[in-house]
Design a protein around this ligand. Structure first.
Ligand SMILES: [Zn+2]
Length: 141
C-alpha cells in the first residue's frame, strides 16, 4: 500500500475518531466523554510535528468513559498522554470500527489481540483479508 506512514495518523485520515486528540487524564475523560455511551477510542501520544501516534485501540459497548478510565494507569506508565474517540450507535458499529482501527494500526499497537465481536453475536471482521485467514481459522476450531 502506498499510504502515508501509519505513525502519522491525523484526524483527517479516516481513522474515524472525530474527537481529540484530548489530554488523557481522568479529568478530561470525565469532562469530554459522556458516561453510559458505547464507542471507540485510540490512545497514544502526539509528536512535535503534531501527528498523533496510536498505540492502544479499543472500544466499549456499554460505557466508553469507564473503559477509558481503566486504561489510564497503563497508558500513563508508557507515556501516552492523548486520546481520540467516537461514539457508536450499536455494538456492531463499535466492533467494525474497532476492527478497522486494529488493522490500520496493527503493526504499531501495544494491544495485539484482535477485537472481540459483541457478546452473543457472530459478527465478522469487515477486513476481507482478516475474514478470510483469521476468521475462517476460528470457525474451524
Ligand atoms: Zn480483523
Amino acid at each position: 500500500m502506498s499510504s502515508p506512514p501509519l505513525e502519522y495518523y491525523s484526524r483527517s485520515k479516516g481513522s474515524g475518531l472525530p474527537y481529540g486528540p484530548c489530554d488523557f487524564t481522568e479529568e478530561t475523560v470525565e469532562k469530554e466523554v459522556l458516561p453510559g455511551r458505547a464507542g471507540n477510542y485510540a490512545i497514544g501520544y502526539t509528536t512535535p510535528m503534531g501527528g498523533f501516534v496510536v498505540k492502544i485501540i479499543g472500544g466499549s459497548d456499554n460505557d466508553l468513559q469507564e473503559k477509558l478510565l481503566t486504561e489510564l494507569d497503563t497508558a500513563r506508565k508508557r507515556g501516552y498522554d492523548r486520546f481520540c474517540f467516537k461514539y457508536a450507535s450499536s455494538p456492531k458499529e463499535r466492533f467494525e470500527h474497532e476492527c478497522l482501527n486494529y488493522h490500520s494500526f496493527q503493526r504499531q499497537l501495544d494491544n495485539k489481540e484482535h477485537p472481540q465481536p459483541p457478546s452473543g453475536t457472530e459478527l465478522e471482521c469487515p477486513d476481507t483479508i482478516c475474514a478470510r485467514f483469521f476468521q475462517s481459522g476460528r470457525k474451524l476450531s
